[in-house]
Design a protein around this ligand. Structure first.
Ligand SMILES: C[S@@+](CC[C@H](N)C(=O)[O-])C[C@H]1O[C@@H](n2cnc3c(N)ncnc32)[C@H](O)[C@@H]1O
Ligand code: SF4
Length: 452
């Protein structure tokens, strides 16, 4: 049987374990979060520093494929009140911390960070830095929309220590851009890429998506060739997550009939991949490519790649603080998510409360499975100690891998599981074998996009 058909089931992307739909929210409270987060911070801050994620949710226009948490508005009057709320949230955390946070990683995500003016971004960042120690080797990055990233944004962020940027490209084909409601000419992307290089950004990432409506082998070929002309340092080549039940009407401006079928979708990926590899890019983890000199490939190559709610990262901290509407934090012992709606988020913070509204306290089994799933996602292998294999969830996971092993996707060796080359496209399915919470609570409704 065709492996794509067999394994193209709904599967999480494993930016965390347990994944958000399987959090035990009933056992979580704001008080728990405050205590655990405070204790973890005090353990890790001096030793390794922290990661900070700031969610800037506004976009001027809705891209109809979008699965991110965003708020569409053309009213830029929302910028300052939102920044004031972010800074208030930061000051609430500072009271718990009791000492200056040491920032090793900072990412501005969205929505569209470049919706905000350079002056407002500068105000936000300078206010954050004032109460923190920015470590000399800190990795600072932001998501830039090519449609509204100005050379002023680039120069300002560069002067504030940012040297990595990720541009949302998705696809260069006009018909595809039209149907996803995101017109973005090649010339515009070429300009902003050159400006980022001129401003001194050392790592430029392009986000591309395969499986979008109306994409064909020939349109993907042209897109990939145009990407090769601009030669970003990294490429995130995402599988289109079709989850219209999660994002309301946003993804309903086209029908399933406009989407490439499963094997066509895989062919789009293979085509892009082969062109990237032929042009000197290296595979990094799932759906990512990088030039050999880029830090992301070097981290992958020497086993230092890490994965958290922001995706793959070269920095490994065990404390990630997420500020802003819908942001997720991870203090190692617990996860917490902020209120998603901008208005309700602002109300909570302005009432002096940490705006966390759901979360999960990790037990011993969760921590063990998280380590193995992380290792599979970042290194395509994981190894066991004798103590691990005494855990039922591991034994059950190994049983679930028997069929993928017969299909040649994994090798189960004494004390070790290794994903084969043939198995790499199915990494989400392989991790799912160890997702004990998913198997114990199989959902009645669809929760995840398809694995391929
Ligand atoms: C927050 S968005 C990008 C930042 C900025 N708003 C922009 O559009 O340029 C992050 C990335 O997620 C990816 N993305 C969004 N929705 C997706 C979906 N439904 N399936 C797969 N990838 C998606 C896109 O590649 C997008 O660039
Ligand atoms: S893809 Fe980016 S710009 Fe488009 S709606 Fe989503 S977050 Fe906003």
């Amino acid at each position: 049987m065709n492996l794509i058909k067999k394994y193209n089931t709904a599967a999480p992307r494993y930016t965390s374990y347990p994944t958000v739909p399987y959090w035990d929210n009933g056992k979580f409270s704001r008080m728990d979060w405050q205590d655990l987060m405070q204790a973890s911070f005090r353990e890790v801050n001096a030793r390794e520093g922290i990661s900070l994620y700031i969610h800037l949710p506004f976009c001027e226009q809705l891209c109809t494929y979008c699965g991110c948490n965003k708020h569409i508005t053309v009213n830029h009057g929302v910028e300052l009140p939102y920044i004031q709320t972010l800074l208030k949230e930061w000051s609430l955390y500072l009271q718990f911390f009791g000492e200056k946070p040491r920032i090793r990683e900072l990412h501005l995500g969205g929505g569209t960070p470049t919706f905000f003016s350079e002056e407002n971004l500068s105000l936000l960042l300078k206010s954050i830095y004032k109460d923190a120690e920015l470590l000399p080797d800190a990795a600072l990055s932001f998501e830039g929309h090519p449609g509204n990233t100005t050379s002023g944004h680039l120069k300002t962020l560069r002067s504030l220590g940012f040297d990595r940027v990720s541009f949302g490209i998705q696809d260069f084909d006009f018909r595809v851009q039209e149907i996803i409601h995101r017109i973005q000419p090649y010339e515009q992307v070429a300009r902003v890429t050159e400006e980022a290089r001129a401003a001194g950004f050392s790592s430029i990432n392009f986000d591309l998506v395969y499986g979008l409506p109306l994409q064909t082998v020939s349109s993907m070929w042209s897109t990939a060739e145009q990407v090769m002309d601009l030669r970003p340092d990294r490429i995130s080549f995402y599988s289109y997550a079709h989850v219209p039940w999660v994002r309301g009407t946003g993804q309903r401006h086209y029908t399933e009939a406009d989407l490439p079928a499963d094997d066509e979708k895989r062919a789009l990926y293979e085509l892009g991949r082969s062109l990237f590899i032929a042009n000197g890019y290296k595979d990094v983890g799932m759906d990512h490519f990088a030039l050999p000199q880029d830090e992301l490939f070097q981290a992958y190559n020497n086993g230092r790649l890490h994965r958290n709610f922001m995706g793959y990262t070269v920095v490994h901290t065990s404390f990630l603080l997420g500020l802003g509407a819908s942001s997720i934090s991870d203090c190692g012992r617990a996860y917490a998510q902020n209120e998603k709606q901008v208005g309700a988020y602002q109300q909570l913070v302005n009432a002096g409360l940490l705006p966390v509204v759901r979360g999960h306290l990790l037990n011993q089994e969760d921590r063990l499975l998280r380590r193995h799933i992380q290792s599979l996602m970042c290194r395509f292998e994981t190894s066991w100690t004798r103590q691990d294999t005494q855990c039922d969830a591991i034994t059950e996971g190994l049983q679930r891998l028997q069929e993928p092993e017969r299909d040649g996707l994994v090798e189960v060796l004494p004390g070790k599981v290794r994903v084969t080359e043939k198995g790499k496209p199915f990494i989400r399915n392989i991790c799912m074998a160890f997702d004990a919470r998913l198997w114990r609570n199989l959902p009645q409704t669809e929760l995840f996009s398809k694995a391929i």
